[in-house]
Design a protein around this ligand. Sequence first.
Ligand SMILES: Cc1ncc(COP(=O)(O)O)c(C=O)c1O
Length: 364
Amino acid sequence: MAIENQALLQVRREIQRQRPYKVGVPSGQITVKLNQNESPFDLPDELKEAVFENWKEIAFHRYPLEQPDKLAKLTAAQIGWDSDGIIIGNGSNELTYTLGLTFISPNAKVVLPRPMFSFYERVVDIFGGTAVSIAPRENLQFNTEGILQAVQQSAPAVVVITSPNNPTGLALPLAEIKKIAGAAPGLVLIDEAYIEFADEPSMLTVLRDYPHVILLRTFSKAFGLAGIRMGYLVGDPALMREVIKVRPPFMIDRFSIAAVNAVLSKSRLIRDRVDRIRSETKRLIQALQQIKGGHVLAGQANFVTFRVPGNSKEMFVKLAECGILVRDMSGYPELAGFLRVSTGTPEENSAFLRALMQLLSITV
Ligand SMILES: Cc1ncc(COP(=O)(O)O)c(C=O)c1O
């Protein structure tokens, strides 16, 4: 007979009701992977070789620095910010936990406009906060008026804005973000995971006027380093001196630092890749707009979210049977019937469009 595990009774209620985060992947042979908003471009071999070559110099038996100061300096120089206003983390998701730990006391209110990257609701719940959810406008854009009203009514500890937003790709105009930041009494977190692809300017351009705003950025998307796990926070140095207190020391390993250093030295390559992804995203949007009875969100990220005629879950499965993996978005109530496709290489995008149009019996 199994021994009863007493520790199970001590698991916090907030954790008991969670489920582990899982990206749904159907079985079968996938040849075109467009389901996680990754970069379709891996690092060039020479760059990888340079990283591995230098890696031999790294002392495996020594801890890295408590915080990766050099990388913070380099990142700061790239974006034009003070290095003591940068915190590096193992991907931006991990930094979201850092912010939760710093800012979410039990029952603290956190304004989350919908539809928003589902991870945020999870983090609010895990830290015992209360999510104040704001319904979108009819066009699925964040509802600035609704957010302002909630800010006034509930004086939230935190307001989160993701722009460009995942799952829609839509960017909130900077003027509206400034309005929200101007009204919010606590922390305003702007998740800019996709900002490098956007036409809309970053909040970074006015960040000095808003010391209670923190930007969350990642090397996973435009920089093509999702496999390395590196992201960063940008904000007022005084605020960052508080946030850094909850960071465990030695979190950022020497290998990841070397990989990010290598990529940051190739700004031209990154810019070219971003340009290619932007133009392919436009091509995807235009092609998907030809589908009668569908609807396309003309976003500013490295993916396109669109509604197909019929059942999106069925289409997701049929595409997977053709070897093409996209994401079914019907888990978001506002996105019932929608799919999301990451922008791939031109060949991958063509393969996706060909399969989709064939399945919809549209001749191209
Ligand atoms: C809006 C948004 N923020 C953050 C992330 C996570 O990025 P990272 O790989 O840096 O953890 C994603 C990933 O898809 C995202 O869509």
